[in-house]
Design a protein around this ligand. Structure first.
Ligand SMILES: Nc1ncnc2c1ncn2[C@@H]1O[C@H](COP(=O)(O)OP(=O)(O)OP(=O)(O)O)[C@@H](O)[C@H]1O
Ligand SMILES: [Mg+2]
Length: 596
């Protein structure tokens, strides 16, 4: 909380503007200029209407005085009516343009800056538990930024021009009338600011009670709580809590509302003083014969709109102060360090790890501890070891998603810390332990690994066959078009069926290197063994890394690497490791009965 406040101070109004304005302006310069001009036209229009009114009142006064005929009033009347219609039409069009055309499309563009940024930052940031908050705050910051710009543009291009044009017009009637703007501006501005403050105080005071009431209400009414509260008979407990808090809420709210209303009333009194000043100036000039009745009436009736404009400036500027913090969340997010690097092309499928150590952010223990491993191009290596040994972490480093804290990882001759992630992964495919279950049709669920939604059906069906996805069976009623999500009128797959889809997705991607991090846990052992045998056949000439707990499957590898506590403790072919009678042999014995 404290940190947040400091932030707000440091990142003031101008800092935010300087950072946000260019982004939005560049997104659509023509639209921005149209919008700004529209505001200025609308501000001038208001003064034109005032002038037309003045003319009309003067004509009416002459008519009443018997100095003019009705025919002379009619054009003035038509001018006022016509002017108002034109201005209203213009403003309607203007707001449609701003709301729909301008701000909505900017919101989309700004949010996509977040998506793009996320594609460039270092994925290790996701391991920081606060990072998701950061992203969410940046997302909210987008809306705050748009509101911010909305406020600034309406102040700069509407309110200020309006007051300037109005001042000039008043000046032309009688120079001293310029003072009127000050007479309205100062009290109105001060009063509005104090009202905003009291309002914010009211929200702060009652919000905790409202939140508590909402929570108790949820517990009493929402399905996710309902069963337990019913079984425990906790209904009365929460109803009592609800009623108690409600009583406090009403009492507090009443006190605050009284204060708010009184502030409003005192504010009204102060602005009334400004009104009296204006009226005095007007009456004095009218009686002295310096202004016409029309000018008197026109100025008098425009006080309200000047007052409204001033309040708007106060409103919008308080919004600016309030939103600065949120907007800065977005700006700071865009400034997060990115994973860069040189562009290169991998020479072959060799993967070399030299004295690699790695710890997850915020954790002391090393997930990988001084580990060295060389996987030759075209070799199939199985990685085995107990839960938490570091197998998945090893795969994450070999694929260049995470970078080592010490030591180096090279893929096809490219150091993962020096080359761009896309250079490293250009010819690499992987299926992770926690793979995605996309709510998309089967075809896209597979084709997505090539970065395109449009796939090559021939290759997709081949990948399905290799991974054991029975796309033509009754499991997939619409074949490749079957939607894999119940809520979109599709089907629900079992865990094992999903794993096959994920494997097909991994196989579909063009690759020289492929890593499978245990995507087969939900597939029965015998079937996994069969799958891997087929896989060995498919992957001839390609570098393959398989992580598995089932040693029967590991046998198909050219080499088996045994991990323990972030280190490699054994390495060799199945036969060599059995002969060595070490950790592998022991594990294999205990699993052998599965395959007997
Ligand atoms: N995202 C993470 N944040 C913090 N620590 C992690 C994270 N992922 C793994 N670890 C830790 O790193 C160590 C290695 O985990 P890893 O997931 O690499 O093991 P594994 O061999 O793949 O295990 P399993 O067989 O259960 O998949 C463990 O101590 C684990 O607690
Ligand atoms: Mg794992």
């Amino acid at each position: 909380m404290k940190k947040n406040k400091e932030n707000k101070k440091k990142l003031g109004l101008f800092y935010v503007l300087k950072n946000i304005f260019p982004t939005i302006f560049k997104a659509n310069p023509a639209a921005f200029i149209v919008m700004a001009l529209g505001f200025v036209v609308s501000a001038s229009g208001a003064t034109v209407i005032m002038h037309l009114n003045r003319n009309l009142y003067d004509k009416v006064a002459s008519l009443i005085g018997g100095n003019a005929a009705f025919a002379a009033v009619l054009p003035a009347l038509l001018a006022v009516v016509g002017g108002k219609i034109v201005l209203d039409l213009f403003r309607t069009g203007q707001f449609m343009f701003i709301d729909l055309g301008y701000f909505e499309s900017n919101a989309v563009k700004l949010r996509s800056t977040i998506h793009k940024k996320l594609g460039r930052i270092d994925p290790i940031l996701y391991e920081d538990k606060d990072f998701n908050d950061t992203v969410e705050k940046a997302d909210q910051g987008v809306y705050a930024a748009l509101g911010y710009l909305n406020s600034v543009t309406s102040i700069v291009f509407y309110c200020i021009p309006y007051l300037l044009i109005m001042s000039w017009y008043l000046f032309t009637i009688k120079p001293i009338f310029v003072v009127m703007i000050v007479l309205i501006f100062v009290p109105a501005f001060l009063v509005k600011l104090s009202q905003i403050k009291v309002h914010a105080h009211m929200e702060d005071t009652v919000a905790p009670y409202r939140r508590a009431m909402n929570y108790y209400e949820d517990v009493l009414t929402k399905p996710k709580h309902f069963k337990e509260t019913r079984i425990l008979g906790a209904g009365l407990f929460f109803r009592t809590l609800y009623e108690t808090v409600q009583a406090i809420f009403i009492k507090t709210e009443w006190k605050v509302i009284r204060k708010v209303k009184l502030t409003f009333f005192y504010g009204r009194l102060v602005t009334l003083l400004g009104y009296v000043g204006v009226l005095w100036l007007l009456v004095d000039s009218l009686l002295a014969g310096e202004i016409s009745v029309g000018a008197f009436a026109a100025v008098f009736t425009s006080i309200e709109s000047v007052f409204w404009t001033v309040s708007q400036i106060a409103d919008e500027s308080s919004g600016l102060v309030e939103n600065a913090g949120r907007v800065s969340n977005y700006i700071e997010f865009l400034k997060l360090e990115e994973r860069g690097g040189e562009v290169g092309e991998i020479a072959d499928g060799e993967i070399v790890l030299q004295n690699v150590s790695f710890s997850y952010p915020g954790r002391e223990e090393k997930a990988l501890d001084n580990l060295s491993l060389r996987i030759k191009s075209g070799e199939t290596v199985a990685i085995v070891g107990a839960n938490g040994a570091g197998k998945s972490t090893l795969v994450r480093l070999m694929s260049g998603i995470y970078l080592p804290n010490e030591g180096s990882v090279t893929v096809g001759g490219l150091d993962t810390a020096k080359y761009t992630p896309s250079s490293i992964r250009e010819r690499m495919s992987a299926v992770f332990q926690k793979f995605n279950r996309y709510k998309l049709p089967l075809r896209e669920n597979i084709a997505i690994s090539q970065g395109k939604l449009q796939g090559d059906d021939g290759r997709i069906t081949a990948a399905c066959a290799d991974a054991g996805v029975e796309y033509s069976s009754e499991v997939y009623p619409k074949g490749l078009d079957t939607m894999l999500a119940k809520e979109y009128d599709g089907i629900e797959l079992s865990g094992g069926q999903w794993q096959r889809v994920a494997i097909a997705r991994g196989l579909y991607r063009n690759h020289d290197i492929i890593m499978l991090d245990e995507p087969t846990a939900a597939i029965d052992p015998l079937e996994e063994s069969r799958l891997y045998s087929g896989f060995a056949e498919l992957s001839k000439g390609k570098t393959s890394v398989l992580v598995t707990h089932r040693l029967g499957s590991a046998r198909i590898a050219d080499r088996i690497v045994v991990m323990e506590k972030g280190r490699i403790v054994e390495s060799g072919t199945h036969d060599e490791l059995i002969k060595a009678k070490g950790a592998y042999a022991e594990m294999f014995d205990s699993q052998a009965k599965w395959y007997a």
